[in-house]
Design a protein around this ligand. Structure first.
Ligand SMILES: [Ca+2]
Ligand SMILES: [Ca+2]
Length: 368
């Protein structure tokens, strides 16, 4: 309210000062000379100039301007995956980024306004599902095609970490309003990130909000927060040193969580310190969808220098040849050094566009 009143006052004040003589429409040619870094204006139409400048520099509510620049994308550290290599130079134009992951309260506004039904709230189409499965896969019973989603289920004891079906359960009735299934609720968690969100759901929200998903390159650039050669959004300090830096899995995954960071599942956004661009939870809390298709060798296909790359034209994942996958970034409350270290700024993850999970959400971007 304060900002609104201040803006209104400035506009009225400038209107009062506005010259009364008729002037031509505002054009860039009004700025006729530049001296010592300052712009000399030949037009005296302060009002129109102010409006134009104000509107083009005004961040969307809840967004921050990420100033354009160049960075080294990817990683060749010993813990980097093959799809993070090679490091390549990327130039990014300025854009706006949501300061936080989209919250339950924000997503509820979207659903209330549009009546949107998320992927997890719909029955599965066997015709569509079968396209993502090996040829000849038998149709499952109808009960498994009812609205359901994937919920984290810890093990009681140490297990091998090469089979994630050991800690995910297909739960009927799990969706963004009931992240762990019937009986669970988001009441009281309005400031937590929304979860059980598919790429399709995230795209629908962004369209409604007049925003878009960030490209993978934009996301990594923003996550680095202006730091050079960093590992995490906060720098290189190891996770275990100093105060808690994010919401991840403390302890031994997936059976023992020490709760050192204070949260077993999601945490309210803005719980931990922001990065250099003022962005919260670019590491941990929930994975965040990017616009791009996932292609395991995409970085190999890029030149050593690229400008605003928008990802490959199709998905290629040798681990799952039938799945058409989009990129996820940033890690979640389930990430741990022993498993995925998804909170490293260069770490890439992928999932099919119609998959929502308990640790998957998003944030939006917007072009200037
Ligand atoms: Ca945690
Ligand atoms: Ca996150």
């Amino acid at each position: 309210m304060y900002n609104f009143l201040l803006t209104l006052f400035i506009l009225l004040w400038l209107a009062y000062l506005r010259p009364k003589e008729k002037e031509p429409p505002l054009l860039s040619s009004h700025f006729t000379s530049i001296s010592c870094g300052s712009v000399k204006k030949t037009s005296s139409n302060y009002f129109e100039i102010f409006i134009q400048t104000y509107l083009t520099s005004l961040p969307e509510s809840g967004m921050v301007l990420i100033p354009g620049g160049q960075f080294e994308m990817g990683s060749e550290d010993s813990n980097a995956g093959p799809d993070e290599k090679p490091i390549h130079i990327v130039s990014i134009a300025s854009f706006y980024m949501d300061i936080t992951e989209v919250t339950n309260a924000q997503f509820k506004k979207f659903v209330d306004a549009t009546g949107y039904v998320t992927t997890a709230e719909r029955e599965l189409s066997w015709v569509e599902l079968s396209k993502q499965l090996p040829l000849g896969t038998p149709r499952p019973p109808d009960s498994l095609l009812l609205p359901s989603s994937l919920v984290f289920s810890p093990s009681n004891d140490p297990i091998l970490l090469n089979d994630n079906s050991k800690w995910w359960k297909w739960v009927r009735g799990a969706n963004w309003k009931h992240p762990q299934g019937p009986g669970s609720t988001i009441i009281g968690k309005e400031s937590h990130p929304v979860v059980q969100i598919s790429w399709d759901d995230a795209m629908a929200y962004c369209k409604w909000a007049n925003k878009r998903l960030p490209t993978e390159a934009e996301w990594e650039y923003a996550a680095r927060g202006g730091l050079v050669n960093t590992i995490y959004p906060w720098g290189k300090e190891p996770l275990q040193l100093g105060k808690s830096k994010m919401n991840s899995w403390d302890g031994s995954f997936p059976y023992y969580n020490s709760l050192q960071d204070g949260f077993y599942r999601t945490a309210p956004v803005r719980t931990y310190s922001p990065n250099g661009y003022g962005l919260y939870d670019m590491a941990g809390n929930v994975w965040e969808w990017c616009n791009d298709w996932y292609q395991y060798n995409y970085y190999d296909s890029l030149p050593s220098y690229s400008i605003n790359p928008r990802g490959p034209t199709c998905s290629i994942d040798p681990d799952d040849p039938n799945g058409k996958k989009r990129v996820l970034r940033g890690g979640s409350f389930l990430c741990n050094d022993s498993y995925c270290s998804g909170y490293r700024v260069s770490r890439r993850m992928k999932s099919t566009h119609d998959t929502g999970l308990e640790h998957t959400g998003f944030r939006c971007a917007k072009s200037l």
